[in-house]
Design a binder for this molecule. Structure first.
Ligand SMILES: [Fe+2]
Ligand SMILES: [Fe+2]
Length: 269
């Protein structure tokens, strides 16, 4: 039991602390050079999450669960702070206080939602209160489908407009994921009656097909950007970042599928 707690905690912290670290870098790159105070804050968060990430890799499955509980609480604190910083930034952008900064409001809202998700995961882990599987299936999908829909929109807007075919493909993914998100919200409002095994299983199957194809599209885009074969203002690390988030969603879908079919015991949720 405690070993499961350590494994789940390390898995979440290793994945999301790297994500938070990269968000700090993307913010730094998008700010104007005169925004020195905001840049300093972003760079400070970069260092904090870099340290958390390396600390999480220094722990092992044999680490005392009490030490992990303490670590999770510290990470929770850092994530709360970066969440506040991101929301402050969103306020500044929406009040037109940073004219010319290259940061879409939806991008800042998006990365603050990811921070909030990470914070909730840490709190659930430390309190030992994981959601029942049928609830987790709907909640995780509502969260990640929106994240995927946003990614498709970001890619579509950061590619050079002359990359007409790729922009069109990104737009199609955006529409596809908006539809899937609405379906998920419908299933959500029909709970608990909608939480039958056949409906949840079909829900996961359908989402998996689209996430796989978006994941492959992101992988192609990442490789093309790294090889300088397409025109865009997408940082290669951002391309890899959104690819990894799609991979994460796929792993979560597979884990739910195993839990539903009872093939394997749930190792995390
Ligand atoms: Fe992210
Ligand atoms: Fe994201």
């Amino acid at each position: 039991m405690s070993n499961g707690f350590v494994a789940r905690s390390l898995d979440e912290v290793r994945f999301w602390s790297r994500i938070m670290k990269e968000h700090s870098l993307f913010i730094t790159l998008g700010l104007r050079c005169e925004d020195t105070q905001l840049i300093n804050e972003a760079q400070q968060f970069f260092r904090i999450f870099e340290q958390i990430e390396s600390q999480s890799h220094a722990f092992t499955l044999k680490t005392d669960p009490r030490q992990i509980t303490q670590f999770n609480a510290e990470v929770y604190n850092a994530v709360s702070h970066i969440w506040v910083y991101k929301r402050k930034l969103l306020g500044l952008i929406l009040h037109c206080k940073l004219p010319g900064a290259n940061l879409f409001p939806l991008l800042i809202d998006h990365i603050s939602r990811e921070a909030n998700y990470f914070r909730n995961r840490l709190s659930e882990l430390n309190q030992g209160q994981l959601e029942p599987i049928p609830d987790a299936i709907i909640d995780e999908n509502v969260f990640f489908l929106r994240i995927m829909a946003d990614h498709a929109k970001f890619i579509g807007h950061l590619l050079d407009p002359s990359e007409r075919k790729l922009v069109e493909q990104a737009q199609e993914f955006s529409n596809d994921f908006d539809q899937l998100l609405f379906q998920a919200i419908d299933l959500d409002s029909m709970r608990p009656q909608s939480q039958t095994s056949p409906l949840l299983s079909q829900f996961l199957d359908q989402n998996r097909v689209s996430v796989k194809s978006l994941r492959d599209f992101k992988k192609t885009a990442r490789d093309l950007i790294e090889a300088c074969r397409i025109k865009s203002i997408i940082h290669p690390l951002l391309a890899d970042h959104v690819f990894r988030e799609a991979e994460r969603f796929l792993e979560i879908i597979d884990m739910f599928e195993r839990a539903l079919t009872g093939k394997k015991s749930v190792s995390k949720c």
